[in-house]
Design a protein around this ligand. Structure first.
Ligand SMILES: *Cc1c(COP(=O)(O)O)cnc(C)c1O
Length: 234
């Protein structure tokens, strides 16, 4: 076998294994697999992996850094939907707006305005999620506290070129993720009273996707379970 077909077999196996986990979690929760979007997080992996994933039927891929994300989106020919998941500096928002389809990590009005200008300039529509942070002990983390959601959400809803998609969170490291995911789903219910179309609940990664499906997540962001362990980056 060539290196390419080896990698294809690896990714197919990782994907099948991840799909089995999602199917099991859906069965346990009485949910339909069709109500869940799997976003395969390809950060640190090459564009060739994204091409293989596209060939295996994956549509949604996630990246967390610019310009790595933009370089890959440019290189990959398969028509993927690009999800931007990472902390985003305001001065990079315009560039990200040119290739991202969804931005999961919107946590301040300044960033909303920069993404809006970028989307308008590119003639594109960008779906934005408000990132919520439940870890009050670490003020450096990305995301808004629950009380801050509505200000950012309203700004997205009013911004030209942007669509308010819903909410996202990353469970605090080392905590039981379940109460946080349940909390996010409750907050989503509140958000939908004002914004009925903001139905996305983005929660759950390789380590906690079952808990996210149980809580009611609509979007899972899964890297390692599909692609393998990443080499350490930072
Ligand atoms: C890397 C990353 C993921 C995927 O994490 P895995 O543990 O590889 O599944 C999900 N969400 C965000 C925001 C990430 O940065």
């Amino acid at each position: 076998m060539t290196a390419g077909s080896d990698r294809r077999a690896e990714l197919a196996a990782g994907l099948a294994d991840t799909e089995r986990r999602i199917a099991g979690a859906c069965a346990a929760a009485g949910r339909s697999r069709d109500d869940i979007t799997l976003v395969v997080v390809t950060k640190t992996y090459p564009a060739s992996d994204v091409e293989i994933l596209g060939d295996l039927g994956v549509v949604d891929v996630g990246e967390n850094r610019h310009p790595e994300a933009g370089d890959k989106a440019h290189e990959v020919e398969a028509p993927m939907r690009w999800h931007f998941l990472g902390g985003l500096q305001t001065n990079k928002a315009g560039a990200v707006a040119r290739y991202a389809d969804l931005v999961h990590s919107v946590d301040r009005v300044k960033l909303v305005n920069a993404l809006s200008r970028g989307a308008e300039a590119a003639g594109r529509t960008l779906t934005c999620l408000v990132q919520v942070d439940f870890d009050a002990t670490d003020p450096g983390r990305a995301g808004v506290v629950p009380d801050g959601i509505s200000v950012v959400a309203d700004a997205i809803a009013e911004a030209p070129g942007l669509v308010l998609g819903g909410l996202m969170t990353v469970a605090p490291l080392g905590d039981d993720p379940r109460p946080h995911f349940d909390h996010l789903v409750r907050l989503s219910g509140g958000l939908r009273r004002d914004h009925p179309d903001a139905t996305i609940v983005s929660a759950g990664m390789s380590g906690d996707l079952e808990a996210a499906v149980a809580a009611g997540a609509t979007h899972l962001r899964v890297g390692r379970s599909v692609l393998g362990e990443r080499p350490p980056t930072r």
